[in-house]
Design a protein around this ligand. Structure first.
Ligand SMILES: Cc1cc2nc3c(=O)[nH]c(=O)nc-3n(C[C@H](O)[C@H](O)[C@H](O)COP(=O)(O)OP(=O)(O)OC[C@H]3O[C@@H](n4cnc5c(N)ncnc54)[C@H](O)[C@@H]3O)c2cc1C
Length: 468
């Protein structure tokens, strides 16, 4: 007999935790699922197992902010069923989610589903980008902060994201050499952020806490610059950067080469909405994020009845907004389940909507300023790999477009997006290449997804079949 819950939440970042807290407080029979052992999501990630980080200041301002919501969540643990180290991989019959835990399948049923899958880092290919030693900024930050690992000695950072400064600060505090921090946005564009940063006092303090150690170590901050190629034998040895024009295309003759052993790439985030797609939720294309995202109303309700999505999976707006959206989804679900009256829901919404608007004003400016411009996608060459799983190059994608493939699901005939990650990394890149060839986004569409949404051990299905 499958377990059944009034509400099932996928993801225990700020959005999922906020929704779970709201629901548990209203007496809803709620369960939460997350791949990680502890709540926190990407931003408030907890150190693994018995691993203790004594100097908590190393985890940054944000870590301290996160302790508050984690504490609230932990206080309600006895009212919440927690599926930790568990992956949600399939959605069946409209009300059943398939989970995997330690190689075993479990099916759970729900009345309401809140998807808080978070975000992932955007990849932008360039010649040599698949060499060992080249990694995403968030991945690098995770190693430094939570595993206390420094994967190299001489680092070059390149991207267009506030995360870059936070990673640079962690690196220099840990004694690494940062040869340059290349930022694609121009100073005049960063200045557009100033009024909002000053208005949000916490943000100002956070930004200064990252900038100070970077300036103290005299890390060269080069803008508008980006890495354009990397070379090495079995790992990166050299990285070349170039100045960017207004469209973020490299300007010939401005190249500089650095000897490095690690390159960090921070070109922002994309919503992760694999389950929302699997559940059949309608999506819209966001030209600023350069990504599809689930369509929601103000209550975070998707186009499918009883399914909500909150946080970065519904549009990348940061941890503070994720928390507010989680509370909105939780409050609305509790009202629909009859645990609070609609009047009480509306009373609670008043202050939530007010906070939401104020954070959205800032995140809108932030997303617009850091939105990658099309010149960045011209850095790749014909033989640059676009799809890492299937080793498909840009040339092969262009050949597919010339053959007449105008839809992202058709172009999979070239085997692009057909590997184990099901296009998780390369869908956004291929979409951009198709857009640049003049295909309208409505024709390109988004990829269909099938369960399991992530690779799963085959024996698990055999074992399950035998148990029936
Ligand atoms: C790598 C990375 C590093 C970041 N670093 C910073 C930073 O330094 N500063 C900053 O301000 N912002 C940072 N961000 C952005 C910030 O993390 C988000 O804005 C914020 O965490 C959004 O909260 P959320 O609840 O929407 O999602 P998240 O915090 O991302 O939480 C989503 C959770 O859902 C889980 N999940 C997803 N799919 C499944 C599934 N199918 N089954 C089970 N569990 C699932 C994930 O494991 C994760 O724990 C980072 C984002 C990423 C991706």
């Amino acid at each position: 007999m499958n377990q059944k819950f009034e509400t099932l939440i996928i993801g225990l970042g700020p959005a999922g935790m906020a929704a779970a807290i709201k629901l548990a407080q209203q007496g809803v029979h709620v369960a939460v699922v997350d791949e990680n052992p502890e709540p926190g999501g990407q931003i408030y990630r907890q150190p693994p197992g018995d691993f203790v980080i004594e100097d908590k200041s190393f985890l940054g301002v944000r870590y301290r902010v996160g302790q508050d919501i984690i504490r609230q969540f932990n206080q309600l643990r006895d009212k919440i069923t927690i599926f930790s180290e568990t992956t949600a991989w399939g959605f069946f019959e409209g009300t059943t989610m398939a989970l995997e835990h330690m190689g075993h399948i479990e099916l759970v049923e729900f009345d309401k589903l809140i998807l808080c899958e978070g975000a992932m880092e955007r990849s932008i290919p360039f010649p040599g980008w698949t060499l060992p030693g080249i990694m995403t900024a968030g991945g690098l930050q995770k190693m430094i902060k939570y595993q206390r690992l420094l994967p190299g000695k001489r680092f070059l950072l390149s991207g267009a994201s506030p995360l870059q400064l936070s990673v640079a600060a962690s690196l220099v505090k840990d004694g690494a050499e940062v040869v340059a921090l290349c930022e694609a946005i121009r100073i005049k564009d960063s200045l557009k952020l100033m009024p909002e940063i000053i208005r949000q006092k916490g943000l100002f303090k956070e930004a200064v806490s990252y900038l100070f150690p970077v300036l103290k170590k005299s890390v060269p901050i080069l803008r508008p610059y980006s890495v354009i190629s990397a070379s090495g034998d079995n790992r990166i040895r050299e990285a070349t950067i170039a100045r960017l024009d207004e469209d973020w295309a490299p300007i010939a003759g401005t190249e500089r080469t650095f000897e490095v052993d690690t390159v960090s790439l921070g070109y922002g985030f994309l919503p992760v909405a694999r389950l929302a797609r699997l559940c059949g939720c309608a999506h819209v294309y966001d030209p600023v994020l350069k990504s599809w995202k689930p369509e929601t109303d103000i209550f975070m309700q998707t186009s499918v009845a009883n399914i909500y999505t909150a946080g970065d999976s519904s549009g990348v707006d940061g941890a503070d907004l994720a928390e507010v959206e989680g509370r909105i989804a939780g409050t609305h679900a509790a009202a629909e389940l009859g645990k609070i009256s609609m009047d009480e829901r509306d009373r609670q919404f008043k202050s939530l909507f007010h906070t939401l608007e104020s954070i959205k004003r800032y995140s809108k400016v932030l997303n617009r300023v850091f939105s990658p411009r099309s010149g960045l996608f011209t850095i790749m060459e014909d033989d640059t790999i676009v799809c890492r799983c299937e080793r498909i190059t840009a040339k092969e994608v262009f050949a597919g477009i010339e053959k007449g493939f105008r839809n992202i699901n058709e172009i999979k005939k070239t085997r692009v997006c057909m590997g184990p990650c099901q296009g998780r990394t390369c869908e956004s890149i291929v979409t951009e290449l198709m857009l640049q060839k003049g295909i309208p986004i409505e024709d390109i569409g988004h990829m269909t997804i099938r369960p399991p949404i992530t690779p799963m051990p085959v024996f698990m299905f055999e074992e399950y079949a035998h148990s029936l």
